[in-house]
Design a protein around this ligand. Structure first.
Ligand code: DNO
Length: 407
């Protein structure tokens, strides 16, 4: 048995094609119906069409990434109940087509954040960087979010001021455009590139969360889980919440999926194992207090999907994406823990023992510079990650005794 290998595909608008993905050797595609606005039902016929497209290309579709959560569900506003009903309807339609795992997140406003999408690596590849003072510069001086300064330590504001001082007007604009539009647009982002005043729209968007503190957001997640987990039980589906990226608060907004305590809260709220996790090693690794191997072992039975990648810590809270194996976290121990869990599931007769994984993101290398791709999703960079993970896995599987050793 091996972990199920998948790659993400963004549908017909993805510059990377299904036949190219097929050549990497993955068995599964992870995708979403990106043309359907957040909150609306995913119709059966659209799901069927997507599925047959993937199957015709020789792969299967079992994992949705993401069935997005509307802002009404996150904030508990007027359409909350209707949007949850729609969500359940989409779950039923997906289950009818054999899609059994749903990845989603509960982050307000931003789905992920980086300050440089063209960060040159030592060997000439292009990765992505999150520089905390630069993010603060965006928040305090470019966006001019009211009282933003209060959300950063004094020394970060100082560094942010000098970072902002050193930027040209175009650089400042590009930073804002990347954070608000480029990294969000292709994944159900709220503000697309057709909006001219994206900064003020973004401020309004942040403002719509002004009454939502951490407890409130948790309660809204709790209510959502109370509603959908029984449906997941009935349909034999796995719900897999994705960690916050980065796993610490940004823009004065609350975070509730960043560490062990958050996960305990989520899994205590609905104890069914259907209430599970997308273990995204890259996202959780950004919080230096997280012990990823402890997390993976503690919540192993709820890991329904895993995103594997690494980050390298820099000063402050900054980090860059350092590839799939190399970096601050022990990916060898992580893959070993996942394989151990897979063996355990097989031995105890649990049917959901495929444990789909995907190499998350990739460093742009070689022909990636010639082929367009969504930020973070160059094909060759991801293929490299896939090959590294497969090799690692094969090595571990051939030495079963290694699974009992702690490192
Ligand atoms: C970014 C991705 C995220 C992820 C969602 C899951 O590249 O890891 O967009 O898909 O947060 O809901």
């Amino acid at each position: 048995m091996a972990l199920e290998k998948t790659l993400r595909w963004f549908g017909q608008n993805d510059p990377v094609s299904l036949s190219e993905i097929r050549q990497t050797g993955v068995e599964g595609i992870v995708t979403a119906l990106h043309h359907i606005p957040k909150g609306q039902v995913w119709p059966l016929c659209d799901i069927r069409n997507r599925k047959s497209e993937i199957e015709q290309a020789g792969m299967s579709w079992h994992v949705v990434e993401s069935l997005p959560i509307s802002d009404a569900i996150k904030t508990g506003s007027a359409e909350q109940a209707q949007d949850i009903e729609n969500y359940k309807e989409s779950m039923r339609n997906l289950a009818r087509c054999g899609v059994d795992t749903i990845c989603y997140n509960f982050m307000p406003v931003l789905d992920w954040a980086r300050t440089n999408l063209k960060y040159t690596t030592e060997t000439g590849g292009e990765s992505m960087l999150f520089d905390y003072p630069t993010f603060a510069a965006f928040d305090v001086f470019i966006l001019e979010r009211p009282n933003a300064e209060k959300d950063y330590p004094g020394e970060i504001v100082k560094l942010a001021r000098s970072a902002y001082g050193a930027m040209t007007e175009q650089e400042a604009e590009l930073l804002a455009f990347n954070i608000i539009v480029v990294t969000q647009g292709f994944i159900h982002g709220a503000i697309d590139s057709n909006v001219d005043d994206y900064k003020s729209k973004f401020l309004e968007y942040i403002n719509s969360y002004k009454h939502i503190d951490q407890n409130h957001l948790r309660e809204n997640l709790g209510y959502f889980l109370d509603e959908v987990i029984p449906v997941a039980e009935e349909l034999n589906m796995n719900m897999a919440i994705h960690g916050d990226d980065p796993s610490f608060p940004l823009l004065g907004l609350p975070r509730i999926v960043s560490n062990i305590e958050d996960l305990k809260w989520i899994f205590n709220r609905q104890t069914s194992v259907r209430n599970g996790l997308t273990f995204c090693s890259g996202s959780f690794s950004t919080n230096r207090n997280n012990d990823l191997i402890k997390m993976v072992n503690q919540f192993a039975d709820r890991i329904h999907f895993a995103h594997i990648r690494n980050t390298q810590f820099l000063e402050n809270k900054s980090f860059y994406e350092s590839g799939h194996l190399k970096g601050s976290i022990d990916v060898y121990a992580l893959v070993k823990a996942l394989l151990k869990e897979q063996n355990r599931r097989i031995h105890c007769g649990r049917k959901d023992n495929r444990i789909p994984i995907r190499p998350d993101h990739g460093i742009k290398i070689l022909n990636d510079f010639k082929q367009e791709a969504n930020p973070g999703y160059p094909l060759i960079g991801r293929l490299r990650g896939l090959a590294e993970i497969e090799g690692l896995e094969e090595g571990i599987r051939r030495d079963p005794g290694s699974m009992d050793k702690s490192t």
